[in-house]
Ligand binder design. Structure first.
Ligand code: FAD
Length: 285
């Protein structure tokens, strides 16, 4: 099923994300985690594309299992930096054969050594290629706080508009910890004429180490309320996990109450976290 059709049903939705293993010996563990999350019956699941592209086979195989064995509509991620034009078409053919109808088109992060494939420079070019080459529902990423490399939010939203006009059916946001940032972003993009559905990406922070990674990679703003929780519970893993899940659940409730009805949870291959979020929201999503 196409995600754009799920998002058009006029009801709140919840989706979860998993990432493929880096090596074959961890495949079974990741697949088992993905299957457990699938049993929670989310509206869809997404499977990321590993930096470097070396794990693309696993992305497709896990997406296949979720889509065809568990009947959970699946979104396969794909990046420019790790894909030649030829590779993109191979992947599209493979997804098509396996009945996977949704692709999240991304640029990918530029690796430290700067070595990237150059057939597609920006995600918008990949969106256009996928659109013209098959009957896929195409999503893309957006950044409520602006992408780290962009000069400012206005320029970033300008490029986002071009990306949507290249053929995006929906957008998924980078994680954020202050809902007002999302409300402001939605106001700004709607004002610029970007009308596709926006799925809000929420990360339940369950381990103190995640916080440093989040700040390093995306520069996401951490509200005082969130920092207090990390200060107080950061050295007690079980307490940190409980507090991080509660914070994410509260964020989601506020979003849905304010009309942001499509929620994507960065569940990071943790079925227990996905399950707790599901439980906390059982009457809401
Ligand atoms: P783009 O939309 O291409 O934008 C990248 C930068 O270029 C932005 O600063 C933008 O403002 C600028 N820009 C865009 N167009 C132009 C133009 N024409 N001229 C000049 N500047 C321009 N990474 C992975 O490796 N694998 C994944 O599976 C993955 N999944 C993700 C899922 C989500 C929901 C999100 C939010 C991110 C994900 N990422 C993933 C990370 C993502 O690849 C990086 O954030 C990357 O740095 C930007 O990707 P993009 O698709 O948003 O890029």
């Amino acid at each position: 099923m196409k995600i754009k059709d799920i998002l058009a049903q006029g009801r709140p939705t919840i989706s979860f994300e998993v990432f493929p293993p880096k090596t074959a010996d961890n495949y079974e563990n990741v697949e088992a985690a993905a299957k457990k999350i699938a049993l929670l019956k989310p509206d869809f699941m997404s499977v990321t594309y590993g930096a470097g592209g070396g794990t693309r086979r696993y992305t497709i195989d896990i997406a296949d299992t979720l889509n065809n064995e568990y009947q959970v509509p699946t979104l396969a991620h794909l990046t420019c930096v790790s894909s030649t034009r030829e590779r993109v078409h191979e992947i599209m053919d493979e997804l098509n054969k396996r009945g996977i109808e949704n692709i999240l088109a991304l640029r990918g992060d530029i690796p430290g050594d700067g070595r990237v494939e150059t057939d597609f420079r920006y995600a918008a070019e990949l969106v256009r290629e996928i659109r013209s080459g098959g009957d896929f529902c195409v999503g893309a990423a957006c950044y409520p706080e602006g992408h780290v490399e962009s000069a400012n939010k206005t320029a970033d939203i300008g490029f986002l508009k071009e990306k949507v006009e290249a053929g995006c059916d929906f957008l998924t946001t980078q994680m954020f910890f202050d809902n007002h940032i999302l409300y402001n972003f939605l106001y700004r993009i709607r004002e610029r004429g970007i009308t596709v559905p926006v799925v809000a990406g929420i990360m339940p922070v369950t381990h103190v180490k995640q916080v440093a990674n989040i700040c390093r990679m995306s520069g996401t703003y951490l509200p005082e309320r969130f920092k207090a929780l990390v200060d107080r519970f950061g050295d007690r893993p079980a307490a940190m996990k409980q507090a991080g899940i509660a914070y994410a659940a509260e964020q989601i409730i506020d979003l849905v109450a304010n009309g942001v009805e499509h929620i994507h949870v960065y569940s990071m291959n943790h079925p227990d976290v996905a399950e707790k979020i599901r439980e906390n929201l059982s009457e809401i999503l």
